[in-house]
Write a protein that binds this ligand. Structure first.
Ligand SMILES: C[S@@+](CC[C@H](N)C(=O)[O-])C[C@H]1O[C@@H](n2cnc3c(N)ncnc32)[C@H](O)[C@@H]1O
Length: 161
């Protein structure tokens, strides 16, 4: 039993370390700031949000009641499991275990949410470029100069494409 627990814990540590090495460790967005952000955005029931690296699902959970659908792409299986439990009550949330770089944005996506450093900038810009519709891009803490001046609110950079 102890051996099994040790192996299981080691696997968790290795998976979390792997995301650190790939450049985007799990660090959750500050919940209070998230709530302030959602209050100040003009969200509607036509909005579809994609969180590119959805972590424990807090972004999805905070946006979901105000919008049509919230979708999470998350590479870490433990976080996918945890967030599915956390988001269980919101029926308009879906979470896919995947590397977001292999995905396309659903056609009706209107908002994307990103929280990580420059490592993935190119991939995010490619996703945005390939999306046919205009998007609101929300980046927590990191600027996307390539998308223009943007606006800064409660620690988030907000851009319109
Ligand atoms: C800084 S955390 C942000 C979590 C969440 N969006 C939030 O703001 O609370 C970045 C997340 O991206 C995930 N991640 C890292 N690389 C990824 C990739 N290539 N595809 C999907 N998710 C990835 C990590 O596992 C981590 O949960």
């Amino acid at each position: 039993m102890t051996n099994f627990l040790l192996i299981f814990l080691s696997i968790i540590v290795v998976v979390f370390m792997a995301t650190v090495l790939f450049g985007a460790p799990f660090v959750p967005t500050h919940q209070k700031q998230l709530k302030k952000l959602v209050k100040c955005l003009k969200l509607s029931k036509n909005d579809v949000l994609v969180d590119l690296g959805s972590g424990d699902g807090r972004v999805l959970n905070t946006f979901a009641p105000k919008i049509n659908r919230a979708i999470g792409y998350e590479i870490n299986p433990f976080l996918v499991f945890l967030s599915k439990i956390r988001c269980f009550k919101n029926k308009n949330i879906s979470i896919k275990m995947t590397d977001f770089r292999l995905e396309k944005l659903p056609q009706d996506t209107t908002i994307i949410y990103i929280f990580y450093a420059d490592t993935f900038k190119k991939s995010v810009l490619k996703l945005i470029k390939n999306h046919k519709k205009s998007l609101i891009v929300i980046s927590y803490g990191f600027q996307f100069e390539e998308l223009g001046a943007g606006k800064r609110k409660h620690g988030f950079w907000i851009y319109k494409t």
